[in-house]
Write a protein that binds this ligand. Structure first.
Ligand SMILES: [Zn+2]
Length: 210
């Protein structure tokens, strides 16, 4: 992953960025008391009407039914003016109580969408368990689908548009896997052995063992 402050490559196990010194404890000192997030939807400042809340929660439940290992949370929260977005979102993702102890590091497949309704800012962050698998283009396309709605004040519709586009992106990603692996449903190990030249089999030198 990249450092949320300076985008220098960051080792997951290293506590602070080697280039700029960013760390969660430095962010704690910089950003102060952290909000406590509720999974699926957090709107502590009450930006959403009751019916909008219901719509976002319904869309989130549907998303999680389609992708049961991906918990999804929309955070609607106006950050203090001048807050640096990337480090702030990284800090919220890690400190706002969204994850259980079992969901640390590679087991974390959470997606957090943050909408700042005052600044019309949208960004999203993925858990370490999804980061290597989901290309950034999918997240950018989902943000692009949501942005015009957020900018016209339709915050709930923006969150729902993000989830719909993300759903399309993830389904498309899954459909590409056979092509990426060159997977052939007809090919089997025994069929490959039948086709193998007997002299090749004799020459097996232990690189492949099965
Ligand atoms: Zn850095």
């Amino acid at each position: 992953m990249l450092c949320p402050a300076c985008e220098h490559p960051l080792e997951e196990t290293i506590a602070a960025c080697a280039k700029c010194g960013f760390s969660l404890s430095q962010a704690d000192a910089q950003f102060g008391a952290v909000l406590q997030a509720q999974p699926r939807l957090t709107d502590l400042q009450g930006n959403l009407s009751k019916s909008s809340r219901t719509s976002v929660l319904k869309a989130t439940l549907e998303f999680e039914q389609r992708f049961p290992t991906i918990p999804f949370t929309t955070l609607i929260h106006a950050a203090p003016e001048g807050t640096p977005y990337r480090p702030y979102l990284f800090w919220l993702f890690n400190r706002s109580g969204l994850h259980t102890a079992l969901e640390k590091a590679g087991a974390n497949r959470h997606i957090l969408l943050w909408i700042d309704p005052d600044a019309c800012h949208l960004s999203a962050i993925l858990g370490y368990g999804l980061e290597p698998l989901v290309p950034d283009s999918i997240i950018q396309e989902s943000l692009a689908a949501a942005r015009p709605l957020a900018q016209s004040g339709q915050v709930a519709q923006a969150a729902i548009a993000f989830m719909r586009q993300l759903d399309l992106g993830l389904v498309n990603l899954q459909s590409q896997l056979p092509e990426i692996f060159g997977w052939s449903p007809e090919g089997t190990w025994s069929a490959l052995e039948d086709e193998m030249d007997p002299r090749e089999m004799d020459r097996a030198d232990g690189i492949l063992t099965y």
